[in-house]
Design a protein around this ligand. Sequence first.
Ligand SMILES: O=C(CO)COP(=O)(O)O
Length: 250
Amino acid sequence: MRQTLIAGNWKMYKTPSEARRWFHDLIAAKPEGQAEAALMVAYPLLPGAREVLEGHGVSWGAQDVSAHLEGAYTGEVSVKMLADLACRYTVVGHSERRSYHGESDALVAEKIRRLLEYDITPILCVGEPLEVREAGNHVSYTLKQLEGSLAGIAPQSADRLVVAYEPVWAIGTGKTATPADAQAMHKEIRTWLAGRFDLGFANQVRILYGGSVKPENAAALFGQPDIDGGLVGGASLKLDDYVALLNTVG
Ligand SMILES: O=C(CO)COP(=O)(O)O
């Protein structure tokens, strides 16, 4: 049984003090539902996340990590630092990192390797841009990204990996993939995982959908057999919407 995960990706929003207040409000409003709650926040927000959220059934993590363990890498943040802040998850290979910072599949694989060494579960993002979808090549494009980003990677168990399918054309645009389109891709991803690892592993890995998820479309998306929750940008910044998403499940 795969527990639904509602992972917020706050991107570069909220200051540490705004976040701290929000975390307190979340604890007060959080339902006792069946969904797992996690928030992926900017690095300076992580100490506050730990302080406020620890012991309240909400986990936290970063949106990226350095491929280097330590050293003279100005501006980078290491996996050791994230582990010291008790991050449970960390996003890697988000399309905004891939396109604005030129991250390759090989670099993403290095980052995943680092996270697994420190028992932090990577949330690996894959997904095609609009022109690829329009040309009908979205499945092969996405599976190739998956293959490259997981090259040489062997997670100890299925709970050490989360995959997020985020079609680039649906991110922040208000355009959501239809539940049927998203389900079709999630099934392809799960089938690929079964071939790359094994069936038991593939059946346990959570595959999240991301791209304009909001309370109005969440039930239809999360109701699909291979959609195990969401990686949510805009709607995860609003307390009412995030709580509504948690409430959608169960
Ligand atoms: O990029 C996303 C999550 O990682 C999706 O963002 P939106 O939910 O704002 O479309």
